[in-house]
Design a protein around this ligand. Sequence first.
Ligand SMILES: Cc1cc2nc3c(=O)[nH]c(=O)nc-3n(C[C@H](O)[C@H](O)[C@H](O)COP(=O)(O)OP(=O)(O)OC[C@H]3O[C@@H](n4cnc5c(N)ncnc54)[C@H](O)[C@@H]3O)c2cc1C
Length: 402
Amino acid sequence: MNREVVIVGGGPAGMLMGLLLAKEKIQVTVLEKNTTFNRDFRGETIAPGSVFLLKKLGVFKALEEHGFIKVQKIKMYDREEKLFSVNFDDFNHPQKFGIDIPQPVVLEALKQKASSYPNFEYIHGATCTDLIKDGEKVVGIRYSKEKEEHQIKCRLVIGAEGRFSRLRTLGHFAVEKKEFSRDLIWFKVPKPEGWEEGNLIKVYKHDHVIILPTYPNDLRVGTYIYLGGNRETKAKGIAAFIDKVCMIEPRLRKPMEKHIKSWDDTTLLKIFTAHVDQWAKDGLILIGDAAHTLSPILGQGVNIAMQDAFELLPYVNSGLKTYEGPLPAHHFDDYISKRKKQVSFVAGFQERQEQNLAASTPFQCMLRKVKMKLLDKAPFKIKVMKKLQYGVVANETTEGLT
Ligand SMILES: Cc1cc2nc3c(=O)[nH]c(=O)nc-3n(C[C@H](O)[C@H](O)[C@H](O)COP(=O)(O)OP(=O)(O)OC[C@H]3O[C@@H](n4cnc5c(N)ncnc54)[C@H](O)[C@@H]3O)c2cc1C
């Protein structure tokens, strides 16, 4: 079988890319190894910039029909003392909120929309196993489905298969991986009555919790433990863990005591970041988590992944018209340099916040308080947060979307 483009991975990056290319009448196939979108849990918060893209693409209606939680504020408190807040209403942009919605709903909506184009193909239960090469150039992929081997030849393979990308290895990309200095424990509890809107970060001395209202009526809570401290944390027992969290946010005690009965009600997340140096080889490009796995701070992974796809579209379009055969790596130089700037801006911001959150001595905690309060009052606060939350569509650049 021959296609113009094959996308490996049906996550936010791959499905959005598939829809964008389908709209351009490009023969595109998306391969997804799972048979449903109910795969491993991935983020549920979508930043306003990506919500704006989904609206422009006519996908948003399906999300409204399902229902979501509006996310309009981010707040940081040292226990009850406000350190920092941002309200998306203050942004000079028509999209005033992000959303929290199960990711499978978004992926299904993207697939439905893309399927309305006859040139779009989605193959699920299909695991990409290898690249097909002509010399050094990638000219297609091999995949297995129901124990049978298949292959597709194409002019561009887009690797969008997430943080454990196989194409990253098969394509011999140089990648820099960093393990975080701490592990994260997540859990979900029903939202207590009267809980306020917005994402909340609460710090207290050397500890903190991240609390995200989650569809339909829950809170997703994350708290750090030191790297490799899982066994020790567990040995102290679940009651001690509840105490640790409720010392910072006492309003969580009731729902935690009722719903967090054992460690099975929690999830340990090993945090690492990975950055690929050059995202493209002849006939192959990586996007989303495959090219850059970010930390979960401020939930930017989906946003960046979707914007990678959006910004790649004109390059694929022009490449298919300009060249014959596989698209050369150098065609994407400009794209990669633009995207890397945005990714390193986000990663830099996350790193500074991580350092703030990791404050451990009383002096560091005091410094954090001062820094966050200064940032809260800084004239550039809105500009920085807008760049983070809207990325490529900060200036409403929607050319090619309607
Ligand atoms: C626990 C957790 C919570 C998070 N919370 C948030 C959040 O709230 N907000 C946010 O913005 N980000 C969040 N993130 C990050 C976010 O989920 C990712 O950045 C985002 O999903 C990246 O999208 P992607 O399309 O690049 O990759 P993925 O979403 O990982 O999608 C990759 C897809 O490729 C498929 N695949 C993999 N290998 C193959 C193969 N060989 N063949 C075929 N298919 C394959 C996978 O099954 C998967 O469906 C979170 C991440 C984690 C782990």
